[in-house]
Write a protein that binds this ligand. Structure first.
Ligand SMILES: [Zn+2]
Length: 422
């Protein structure tokens, strides 16, 4: 919550606010016409988002505040900023304003293999300003992914390099069954060559992908991660080896995705208790991502984990060609599933803003509306009603709230997601 003292700290803490109307309204000494013109220019705002409830876990904010943007950066965040001098004004009355949403698990290598969807349509068009492609490309194709997907996309995109040479080019089945195509040195070299766009290595440890090779694949993926000084994201669910054998090898900063899988070798024991190795992992700084993806989320498993106070660190969707038409649809639908399971709006927002911003080294400060940060902003609406959500088991549950993206602002440029709402 925003206290008066905290609000004062925000004002004081911002160098950009020194030139804002706050200081000048107090009656500074008269300036020359030239100075006045300069001051007027410096005071103008490109965009003002007015009247929304700002939820920004990075600043512990949950309050009615306006957000001003200039030159692609957050200029000011304060109550009742005058609309005068703002080139564009968006009313966010009755809506939620958050840092731009970050999805740490998507597949957007469109046209290459069965898993890729269009990033701007399914990310920026659905409130997601930053997304990380989770290993659609291996060492052969990561440079092409960077050239033909990351560069031309309006969505801020990053990538993980798959430890398998072909990524998802030919689907997933049998990808690591020939270990000649699982090469830590070449994977690390490709990751290094494509930094800062590459932020992690990816390994998928389900038995239909690894055969009996899962622990050897994990070893090679960890080696690639060590050489390239990057975290490793490991996909689990129906692994050949029991999950604890995989968990024991993960390091601080590595990420386990599909953490609420309902497939064999999931996070729960036969009595529905969280495996002690999951708790050990969390204790030493391993991070847990949802990665729904269609076959990878059981609402029952997630519910049991939440009941044992085991919340995910990030809510990545695993959005792609096999899940965009349900049951994932998009990130805001995924967040709505976790509202249904009992998490609060603030809790789910934190897991797609502040926490993913800390998960990887993006090379730019994301996940915050702090003045001076890039102006990546999402405007959301919470709809009340009766909404049906499904999971990989085909079970359906009905929730009372659904998040809907209204607009996404990426580096100060507005992308309207729902024209009837703004
Ligand atoms: Zn995935």
């Amino acid at each position: 919550m925003l206290t008066r003292r905290r609000f004062s700290q925000l004002l004081i803490g911002s160098p950009l606010l020194a030139s804002s109307s706050f200081g000048r309204a107090a009656g500074a000494s008269p300036a020359s016409p030239a100075q006045d013109m300069g001051a007027a220019l410096s005071q103008s705002r490109d965009l003002l988002i007015k009247g929304g409830t700002v939820i920004d876990p990075s600043q512990n904010l949950h309050a009615l505040l306006d957000v001003a943007v200039k030159d692609g950066k957050i200029l000011q965040i304060a109550p009742d900023i005058s609309a005068d001098g703002s080139r564009s004004v968006i009313s966010a009355k009755g809506k939620i304003v958050t840092p731009g949403l970050i999805d740490v698990h998507v597949h957007v290598f469109e046209g290459v293999g069965p898993t890729g969807v269009n990033a701007d349509q399914y990310c920026l068009g659905r409130g997601v300003t930053t997304a990380v492609d989770a290993g659609s490309a291996g060492y052969f194709s990561i440079a092409g992914f960077r050239q033909y997907v990351i560069k031309p996309s309006a969505t801020r995109l990053y990538a993980m390099v798959d430890i398998g040479a072909r990524g998802t080019l030919m689907g997933l089945a049998g990808n690591y069954s020939n270990l000649d195509w699982v090469n830590p040195q070449l994977t690390a070299r490709a990751a290094e060559a494509n930094k800062p766009d590459v932020v992690a290595i990816k390994a998928r440890l389900s038995k239909e992908i690894t055969g009996a090779n899962d622990l050897e694949v994990l070893k090679r993926a960890l080696e690639a991660a060590k050489i390239s000084n990057l975290p490793l994201m490991v996909h689990v669910g129906d692994s050949y080896s029991p999950l604890p054998e995989i968990l024991r090898q993960l390091r601080k900063g590595d990420v386990l995705t599909h953490c609420f899988t309902g497939r064999p070798h999931g996070p729960l024991d036969a009595n529905g208790k969280i495996l002690p190795e999951m708790l050990d992992c969390r204790e030493r700084g391993v991070l847990f991502d949802v990665g729904d993806g269609g076959p990878h989320l059981s609402l029952d498993v997630a519910e049991k984990c939440l009941q044992q106070n085991f919340l995910p660190d990030t809510i990545g969707t695993d959005l792609g060609g096999l899940s965009y038409n349900g049951p994932v649809y998009d990130l805001v639908t995924e967040l709505s599933k976790f509202l249904l399971l009992g998490m609060s709006v603030d809790q789910v927002i934190e897991r797609v803003t502040l926490r993913p911003a800390r998960m990887f080294n993006f090379g730019v400060e994301l996940g915050t509306l702090r003045p001076g940060a890039v102006a990546d902003i999402t405007i959301l609406e919470v709809r009340e009603g009766s909404f049906v959500f499904g999971d990989s088991t085909g079970k359906k549950r009905t929730g009372r709230q659904k998040l809907q993206s209204v607009a996404a602002i990426r580096a100060g440029k507005t992308y309207i997601n729902r024209s009837d709402d703004v």
